[in-house]
Design a protein. Structure first.
Length: 536
């Protein structure tokens, strides 16, 4: 149908209803090979073979749209439904808002007064499409701990008549005073483009009105898991965001079979490492509770999400193969890559890691090593507010303070590498393969992890070994960082060797050397064998 006739049809429809119609172009995208996929409802049902492209005023889209943002409180309870979007960065939206008003280069020079430099004003075009999903009338989303749906009168839908496809939106959505009530879910959710959308909030008196339109790709009725997949493909696969945020998307993708496809695939390792890291961050018995920075913040005594994940990938979920004479204990394969030895569930794996770190913390509390006193004095010299930020749950300052290597990337990795290697060379002696649980599920939810911890506490040989390793590490190694005020100048220089990329292997070697020289013969022999296999 000619464009003018289509417009006449839209106007006639709007006069008879309380909705406005926006014309859409249908895009058919489907390949025969996709028919071979194994769909997994309800999270990943077979998607529609169509999506749509349209043009809509950015201000109107803002009034109708919401974002499925990751919520830390929701994620503490595990499972899905915690959202997939990264946190909104207000400064980024402010920069986009200035770009909309004045274009480039004034957008990059906020100190310049545009009225004094009219020659620098240029169009602030946004020619790339915003990706959105139209929420169905029966769909629910979790917002602030509540399940919400789209209230009557606020729905948006993709419809078709003789003139073609169109987007039907409430008539009032084009007015500046239109608002979605708090009791209702927004009818459109942003998959990609939230910062462009929220730039309208920064426009103030320079409101965009209805004349500034943006191209939009409309998907219809996508589940949150499919949206997370799209967000991943757009933002993560091309490596547009940092690793901590990329890894943090995995909770929304857990049901996807391609993440569970095999232990030799890197994405599987990242997925498993991310799950375990999240349990360590949130579980009430974990010494790392609230001390892993999920969103890339930097806090003394804390380790970033990405760093902890990489450390697990270098230890317990390390890839097995001819190049790795010691792989990951959670790979369930012996060092000859011929026999599966530990087919543990994920809840068991998480519990084992928590047990290792609990023994390390206990060893710190019970040790009289000189370095521990130094770390404690350093920590007490800090303002109370800094102490609470660094050590929110009152752990020993030599374990979770501001000048202990145990609270750094290098320290965390060294502990994980040592426990992983030593447990592999003696797994039979400490009876790890006998831990078969019918009590806990495979899902690493907090309740299952707690049950697994209770089960593991009854394994006498394994617990005695982990405790002995922890004591050997704490009593035999100086874990102070070079910034500790208790160090002499020569000692500061020696401890500085553990900083930077070279510090990882140096600290691991130091740990293994110390264990080999310890009084516990079983630990010393295991450390010697592990050091040889690791090439330390």
């Amino acid at each position: 149908m000619p464009y003018s006739r289509a417009q006449d049809s839209l106007k006639a429809y709007e006069q008879m209803t309380d909705h406005v119609r926006i014309p859409l172009l249908k895009v058919s995208q489907w390949l025969p090979s996709w028919d071979e996929a194994e769909w997994s409802p309800p999270d990943l049902p077979e998607p529609s073979k169509l999506f749509f492209i349209g043009s809509i005023a950015l201000s109107t889209l803002r009034r109708l749209a919401g974002v499925s943002r990751r919520q830390v409180k929701e994620r503490r309870h595990g499972g899905r439904g915690a959202g997939y979007q990264r946190a909104h960065q207000a400064d980024r939206s402010k920069s986009i808002a200035r770009y909309l008003q004045y274009g480039y280069p004034l957008s990059s020079q906020p100190s310049l007064n545009a009225s004094e430099h009219p020659k620098l004003i240029h169009p602030g075009w946004l020619p790339t499409s915003i990706l959105v999903n139209v929420i169905g009338s029966s769909d629910k989303r979790r917002r602030a701990g509540k399940l919400l749906g789209v209230s009557d009168g606020y729905g948006v839908s993709v419809e078709k008549d003789k003139s073609g496809y169109f987007l039907s939106i409430p008539a009032g959505a084009t007015e500046s005073n239109f608002q979605i009530p708090q009791s209702s879910l927004e009818p459109i959710e942003i998959i990609d483009g939230q910062h462009r959308l929220f730039a309208t909030d920064e426009m103030g008196m320079f409101g965009l009105g209805e004349d500034y339109e943006v191209p939009v790709v409309f998907f219809n009725g996508l589940t949150e898991s499919w949206q997370a997949y799209l967000f991943w493909v757009i933002n993560v696969e091309p490596k547009k965001i940092n690793p901590s945020l990329a890894y943090d998307l995995y909770p929304e993708l857990r049901s996807q079979s391609w993440l569970e496809s095999g232990e030799t695939i890197k994405v599987y390792q990242e997925h498993r490492a991310q799950e375990l890291t999240e349990v360590l961050w949130r579980h009430e018995q974990s010494p790392w509770r609230d001390r892993i920075e999920l969103h890339g913040n930097r806090v003394d005594g804390h380790v970033s999400n990405a760093a902890f994940i990489r450390s697990l990938m270098a230890s317990f979920v390390r890839r097995w193969g001819s190049e790795n004479r010691i792989g990951g204990l959670f790979g369930s394969i012996d060092r000859d890559a011929t026999e599966r030895i530990l087919p543990w569930k994920r809840s068991q794996q998480a519990a084992f890691l928590i047990a290792c770190w609990k023994y390390v913390h206990d060893a710190v509390e019970n040790s009289n090593a000189e370095w521990i006193k130094g770390c404690a004095n350093d920590f007490r010299s800090k303002p109370l507010q800094e102490q609470r930020q660094t050590n929110p749950h009152g752990l020993h300052a030599a374990f979770a303070g501001n000048t202990t290597l145990l609270g750094t990337d290098q320290g965390a990795r060294s502990v994980l590498v040592v426990f992983n290697a030593l447990c592999q060379v003696v797994y039979s002696d400490i009876e790890l393969e006998t831990w078969e649980s019918d009590r806990v599920s495979d899902s690493p939810e907090d309740e299952d992890v707690s049950d697994a911890l209770e089960e593991f506490s009854e394994m006498s040989s394994a617990n005695k070994f982990l405790q002995a390793v922890a004591i050997g590490l704490i009593d035999g190694v100086d874990w102070r960082t070079s910034s500790s005020r208790s160090l002499s100048n020569d000692e500061k220089q020696a401890q500085a060797a553990f900083r930077g990329s070279s510090g990882y292997s140096m600290l691991q070697s130091k740990c293994l050397e110390s264990l080999q020289q310890g009084k516990n013969k079983q630990i010393a022999e295991a450390a010697k064998l592990a050091a040889g296999l690791l090439g330390r």
